[in-house]
Design a protein around this ligand. Sequence first.
Ligand code: SF4
Length: 450
Amino acid sequence: MALTGIQIFKLLPKTNCGECGVPTCLAFAMNLASGKAELEKCPYVSEEAKETLASESAPPIRPLTIGTGDYAVKLGGETVMFRHEKTFVNPPGFAAVVGTDEDDASVSGKIERFRQCQFDRVGLKLRPELFAVRDAGGDAGKFQGLAKKISDETGGSLILMSGNVDALKAAAGALKEKKPLIYAADASNVDALGALAKEVACPLAVKGDGSLESVIALTEKLSGMGIKDLVIDTGSRELKKVFEEQILIRRSALKNRFRPLGYPTMIVANEMAGDLMEETVIAAAFVAKYGALMVMSDFQPHSVFPLLLERLNIYTDPQRPMTAEQGIYPINNPDENSPVLVTCNFSLTYFIVSGEIESSRVPSWLCVQDTEGLSVMTAWAAGKFSGESVGTFINKCGIKDKVKHKSIIIPGYAAGISGELEEELGGWNVVVGPREASQISKFLRAFKPQ
Ligand code: SF4
């Protein structure tokens, strides 16, 4: 039975020094209890307490990282079954397979498409992160060369896939600084790959024979060897079975704290489907439940983009709205005669409004006020987009130094603040703009600031 936060608190030093990253020992204890912190963060825990807390302090699903730098992918660390309970933490990584049996044109094509699959969305860069380099013939030199070429030319993180231990040893040895995922330890090679993962300090995938019992045997053996960074591939390739296994693994890890299944899982979608479209649908199912790594046969924008969007939606904290930074945004090269608009910092509002202004081609200043990520109507109802708050923001943000006129356009849904805002701005003309963003373009083209 898991210890409660209070039980854990009793074992901590209670000095509230804050070195663990939270201000009090009680807060740290609560984070440990919910799997959001690791015991090593507190340098002052006694050895005795460490022993008692060892099993309690580890997150129920082991967090680990594949790769380094910009394309590093964090997996695991999840603490809830359902996103609405709290939030999912580490978005799954997307990988495409590139094999040693592919010709140069095919490899170059995948590298090029990997580079193309970069999308700007709500201020974020969405992109896949990994290549799964597959050894098709046991040629260690060719395998290592391809993995190095992919790493050097893309910077992407790597999964090294081979059934040949020597080929894996050569490639993992040469690329260990890049922290690739070694794939995969099964019953036949678990000792050798366990030793390799330990030697090169890289994460290791285990591949079952289609049963969870086989996975448990592998993870127990490897954890007994001191290898903690494991990723589970159950070996199943039938959709319904994989789906059931993912739920069983997540439930066992979270609800029963069953350590042998407390690792992130990977979905080898390219071996479950007949074409990329089917792979995409399968990967989409497991973005929601509960794949941490998706392996597909290729990167194609029409396949990758919807998966990236789904990932963004599923892994956005539902309790924390996405926001744009408060400030003045010049759009279409505005000058001192350009119109001034104000809106909230809910990122969707910001991107829709700025997009409409941009497409109007009217040079404009867009002032974005911090409303804690609330939309205009919600912020207005909560008193965060009132005449007073907007007035204070406009008076302080510096827009008055950028324009010669004294007009400001407010969102149509916030018409009710116009009187109070005029008082706050002292002599400025407050103009009520359209309610719908789609009308902004037409409105701006006809608007003359005074
Ligand atoms: Fe308490 Fe340890 Fe955190 Fe300091 S570092 S506040 S002693 S839990």
